[in-house]
Write a new protein. Structure first.
Length: 101
């Protein structure tokens, strides 16, 4: 975890955790985009939109590509390789994409 440091911005603190779940862009090694930990791919997209991070930032682009790749042919979003697909998963993913352009 990042220690308190007044010189580190909120987004810098989020960026520092981007590999903590086992893969890049806050995903897990097995490809989950939404997890119960404090920062996941979906959560990072939502928080970044609140922090006005530039839409062309490479971390946002990478996270968005992961979410776009999780969209099924029927429009639902599978945020994990196994398990049910819930409407709230799709809503959260689409909201994160829309908020970040």
């Amino acid at each position: 975890m990042i220690k308190d440091n007044k010189n580190i911005t909120d987004f810098d603190q989020i960026l520092a955790t981007r590999y903590d779940n086992g893969a890049d862009f806050w995903a897990t090694a097995d490809g989950r985009l939404g997890i119960e930990k404090s920062i996941s791919t979906l959560t990072a997209l939502m928080i970044s939109s609140e922090l006005d991070v530039p839409r062309d930032h490479e971390a946002l682009q990478g996270a968005a590509e992961l979410v776009l790749g999780a969209i099924r042919d029927d429009g639902r979003v599978r945020i994990a390789p196994k398990g049910a697909i819930y409407p709230c998963h799709t809503a959260h993913a689409v909201t994160g994409l829309c908020r970040n352009g």
